[in-house]
Unconditional design. Structure first.
Length: 367
């Protein structure tokens, strides 16, 4: 049994390392090809500095490529064994298929736990180092203050949250602006469907034009209360002097789970929903445990397909990925906006696909 286990692990580890290296390289290079060209050609950055930047970026990419690589590798490994009738020979020798799959599931669980720690520590740190390096080189987009999916507290008096930023058009979509009023007073909130920002020459300020929204305005008779004001356009000035003197701060995806929990408590005390932060905590963990889910699902499918052709097994992997990740991304967006609880939304894809994998494994081992 030990010889058989080692044989199967050898069949799995080769495709895993190859797929992980290839996928990570492609995602880092292709996903940032335009930026590489801009750094080298337009910004005059030397190639060694560019390499340093993308070394920092790689751990963050690995958190996405490892689960996909596990799925592809296990489908290729077991698909070949099944296609060569080696699985039939193993069953004929009296070995239950669950004993064959169990070591793979243990590896899947171990990789999930390792990725959870890696995602929380190494990937968070490296992505922060990546942005710091860009700033130190002086390569900073003028719209960097308006980053999507992050509470921005770089401006005096205001805290901003922007769901989407179109930096090419200087366009902001789905904006929330909070103005804390101090203890025992409600936080003023401004919500707008869209916005545009305009730099004011010679001044440390940005004029923000908000479009189609509502604003909390103080009640003249009772300033501690607000009434809702609907507007088509609304202008406000944001002081950026504080932002210019400020060191690079961590985004939520660059914080550890411990740091995220502290930030969530801080926002709660200010009367602001911490839904985006809670979502990030579950995202770090749910994404890591997709390794185990893909191992469970891929193990059964790899045996059931009984195909040697690599294209068939890669096609199955692509189909699963196309189903899993759009669902994951859509539910994450709903959790970010507070429509669904993060604990439910982020773990639902894992639960569904693990359920399918468990059912197929049971049917396979019981037959």
């Amino acid at each position: 049994m030990k010889i058989l286990r080692n044989y199967i692990l050898k069949e799995f580890l080769g495709p895993l390392l190859l797929c992980l290296g290839l996928l990570t390289f492609v995602m880092v290079l292709i996903g940032n090809l335009k930026r590489i060209a801009d750094l080298v050609i337009n910004k005059g950055v030397d190639i060694f500095s560019v390499i340093q930047i993308f070394i920092y970026l790689t751990p963050y990419i690995v958190t996405y490529t490892l689960p996909i690589s596990i799925l592809v590798a296990i489908l290729l490994a077991l698909g070949r064994l099944s296609g060569d009738n080696e699985i039939i020979a193993i069953r004929a020798s009296g070995i239950n298929l669950f004993k064959l799959i169990l070591p793979l599931l243990v590896i899947g669980l171990a990789l999930s736990l390792a990725l959870a720690v890696f995602n929380d520590q190494a990937a968070s740190y490296s992505h922060f180092a990546y942005r710091k390096t860009l700033q130190e080189m002086g390569i900073k987009n003028p719209t960097a203050a308006f980053e999507e999916g992050v509470f921005i507290d770089s401006f005096k008096k205001y805290i901003l949250f922007i769901y989407h930023v179109d930096q090419k058009k200087n366009r902001l979509n789905n904006i929330r602006i909070y103005e804390p009023q101090g203890e025992e007073r409600p936080t003023r909130t401004i919500v707008a469907k869209a916005g545009e920002f305009i730099t004011i020459p010679g001044q440390n300020a940005i004029k923000l034009k908000l479009i189609d929204g509502t604003s909390d305005e103080p009640d003249p008779e009772n300033p501690t209360n607000f009434y809702k004001l609907n507007f088509r356009t609304y202008f406000m000035n944001l002081d950026i002097a504080q932002m210019q003197d400020k060191v690079v701060e961590k985004k939520y995806k660059e914080m550890t789970i411990h740091e995220l929990k502290k930030e969530a408590l801080k926002l709660k005390s200010e009367g602001i929903s911490p839904a985006p932060i809670i979502t990030k905590i579950h995202e770090k963990l749910a994404l890591a445990f997709s390794c185990f889910v893909f191992m469970l699902l891929g193990s059964s499918l790899g045996i059931i397909t009984r195909r040697r052709e690599k294209t068939i097994n890669i096609g199955i992997a692509v189909l699963i990925i196309v189903c899993y990740y759009p669902m994951y991304i859509g539910l994450t967006a709903l959790a970010m906006e507070g429509v669904l609880p993060a604990a439910f939304a982020l773990w639902l894809p894992n639960i569904l696909f693990a359920g399918i994998g468990t059912y197929l494994t049971y049917k396979l081992c019981a037959s």
